[in-house]
Write a protein that binds this ligand. Sequence first.
Ligand code: NAG
Ligand code: NAG
Ligand code: NAG
Ligand code: NAG
Length: 261
Amino acid sequence: MLILIVVFAALIILILALTFSKSTSKVTSSNTKPVANLGEDELLSCFVSSQSQQTRLGDVSVTWEKKDLGLVYQYSNGAPALAGQASQFTGRAQVFPVAVATGNASLLLRNVRGGDEGEYTCSVSSSAARGSIIIQLRTAAFSAPTFKFSNGTLTGEASRWFPKPSVTWLNQTGDILSANTSFTENSEGIVGVVSVFESAQVSETYSCRIQNSLVLAETETRVTGTDVSASTYFIFSSAAIPVGSNYVNVLISFLSVCYGF
Ligand SMILES: *[C@@H]1O[C@H](CO)[C@@H](O)[C@H](O)[C@H]1NC(C)=O
Ligand SMILES: *[C@@H]1O[C@H](CO)[C@@H](O)[C@H](O)[C@H]1NC(C)=O
Ligand SMILES: *[C@@H]1O[C@H](CO)[C@@H](O)[C@H](O)[C@H]1NC(C)=O
Ligand SMILES: *[C@@H]1O[C@H](CO)[C@@H](O)[C@H](O)[C@H]1NC(C)=O
């Protein structure tokens, strides 16, 4: 009887140890819903997070796939394995071999296009860790506005936005100020924005908010004599890819992000 108890106890400890050691490594991402800026490079984050730094991963292989297109990039046995790579990604995708060896399977996607939007799966496997994670990539165009001040008129200009944004000016107490905004669209559908606020005062601070369904750019501007100082931060929607007219969800998630600030 005593032997039986000892054996059972040992078995339970073994099972617990195995379960624990498995759960110390998993595949994760620092951003599962990134918004890439069209024409720029985007790093899709994917890595093995292990609680113990000493975990030896051994040979790590990485596979990135896109839901509708198939293979984006593969790295195994210490080299790229690109047979079957979807042509859209030829010469535009890579992982970092030195990083892969430490369990970092992040994918660099160069010169992002609208067609890159969608669902990616990053799968990592090694003798010590195995798992995958889904990354939802959205694409947009966004750029910080620049400002000019002349004779009471504050003019903000932003060269690259998509989808077409709306522009709101606010004063320090958060009241909306009336302004005139005009848009120009280039041959690629990228929108340029010019917004004119006519009753600006020297030494006052104003907020200029440019936003679409994916990105919000908030700029604090301060008129100092003839100069204007401006600092912009971007907030990205965390909502899933909008399907059809599902913009309400995107808006709600935007509001919650804004309130967080
Ligand atoms: C993974 O590697 C990329 C490229 O070197 C790097 O930019 C990123 O910060 C790394 N991520 C982590 C979690 O180490
Ligand atoms: C400045 O604005 C005032 C009032 O809007 C106008 O009367 C004046 O002509 C303007 N001056 C210049 C140099 O544009
Ligand atoms: C902001 O605008 C509102 C409405 O015009 C005004 O009542 C308020 O005093 C303004 N706040 C500041 C800080 O100028
Ligand atoms: C908008 O532009 C029109 C025409 O230039 C002008 O009459 C109006 O005062 C402007 N409104 C604001 C709020 O700047």
